[in-house]
Design a protein around this ligand. Structure first.
Ligand code: WQD
Length: 351
């Protein structure tokens, strides 16, 4: 069976993808420097993967920083890797504005180090974790498809767009077979409650913050602006279950395997690159998310209206039809299921 390398950060998206790939009998090698997650994620992953594979197929883990190219080379020397799912990146929009250099060094330099080693080992299949923040969300009205004009307004989104451009270059000039996946707003957790999102410190994202109000850790949620040009005045986003997102990565990798170019050929381009939005196509406002959460977990969520965040666009949601048609994916889980699954993880890990 194929061996894939998963590069991780934060522990959220990649851990869910690792479970789904393992369920499809891929052998998995993981690189994470654990600066934003901890070994407990790996223990829980081992438990989850152990439910449907025998011991020998447990993921191999390397605690290294992608910017350490020599260490990355060691991983490629020790494992016969067929392809890479590259998640590792910081993703807090506000933090990226405060410390852009941290984002350029980590998200760009870390990626370049990885791509360089891939090229040295002639391993050229990559699925890249990109973002809807590459789109010109301030000037273009949704729904956003893959041809929507792009314009980034914060260093986080810029690092995602710059990474896309680097991979476009490597596809054209070095024969990389590349899939770019542009995420909208992933939420929720694996239904077991063993893995999920529980960021250290004050959460940047909406649902993790709401959960902290639900547990009583915070007194109220700051609703960042209720004077937007939307039905209830609060921002609208496209929230998708992290398991739907994870499953789309397997479909994307299988699509890449079917369409990749092995060697320069006369028939068509000597490289392969495609891009897909991963969203539901449905927009949900902040106030609607509060109401959905109160109903899903039977907790009162107190909130206060606070000033807008400068980088927030009023409405962002996907046109998901390309991924649905070509990858054969579809939204399997509701927002309420995602909220309940995420809450199960929070309550299991707060006890
Ligand atoms: C959602 C809405 C806020 C917190 C995310 C990720 C980014 C990218 C795109 C993948 C906004 C409001 C939030 C709070 C609030 N995903 N909000 N109070 O900004 O769409 O970005 O999706 O690459 O990585 O960060 O999501 O969850 O930060 O905010 O009112 O305490 O909730 O104003 O309208 P966003 P978010």
């Amino acid at each position: 069976m194929s061996t894939i390398l998963i590069t991780g950060w934060l522990g959220y998206i990649w851990s869910h993808a690792a479970v789904v790939f393992a369920q499809k009998w891929y052998d998995i090698v993981i690189i994470d420097n654990l600066s934003n997650t901890n070994l407990s994620v790996l223990e829980k992953l081992t438990t989850l993967i152990g439910k449907f594979t025998w011991r020998s197929r447990q993921p191999k883990f390397y605690q290294i920083d992608l910017k350490n190219t020599e260490e990355v080379r060691k991983v490629f020397h020790e494992n016969k890797i067929d392809g890479v799912i590259h998640f590792a990146a910081f993703k807090a929009v506000e933090e990226s504005c405060e410390d852009p250099f941290k984002y350029y060094e980590n998200n760009i330099s870390g990626g370049v180090s990885l791509y360089k080693v891939m090229n040295e080992f002639w391993i050229k299949n990559i699925v890249f974790s990109s973002s809807c923040t590459v789109y010109d969300t301030m000037n273009v009205t949704p729904p956003y498809d893959e041809q929507t004009p792009k314009k980034t307004i914060n260093p986080y989104g810029s690092t995602k767009r710059m990474s896309e451009i680097i991979l476009e270059d490597l596809s054209t000039h070095k024969g990389f077979n590349t899939i770019l996946l542009r995420y909208f707003n992933p939420i929720g957790a694996h239904p077991s409650g063993l893995i999920g999102e529980n960021p250290k410190g004050i959460p940047n994202n909406l649902l993790p913050y709401i959960y902290k109000v639900a547990t009583g850790e915070y007194e109220f949620l700051n609703v960042r602006g209720n004077d937007y040009p939307t039905p209830d005045g609060t921002c609208i986003r496209d929230y998708l279950h992290v398991m739907d997102l994870a499953e789309a990565h397997v479909l994307a990798y299988e699509y890449l395997q079917k369409n990749k170019k092995f060697i320069p050929s006369s028939a068509g381009p000597e490289w392969f690159l495609d891009v897909f939005n991963l969203g539901t196509g449905q927009g949900t406002s902040v106030l609607e998310m509060i109401q959905l959460t109160e109903k899903a977990i039977d907790k009162k969520i107190t909130y206060k209206i606070w000033p807008r965040r400068p980088w927030d666009a009023p409405t962002v949601y996907a046109n998901p039809s390309k991924a649905n048609t070509i990858l054969g994916r579809k939204t399997q889980r509701t927002i309420s299921e995602a909220i309940q699954d995420g809450w199960r993880f929070i309550t299991k890990n707060n006890s």
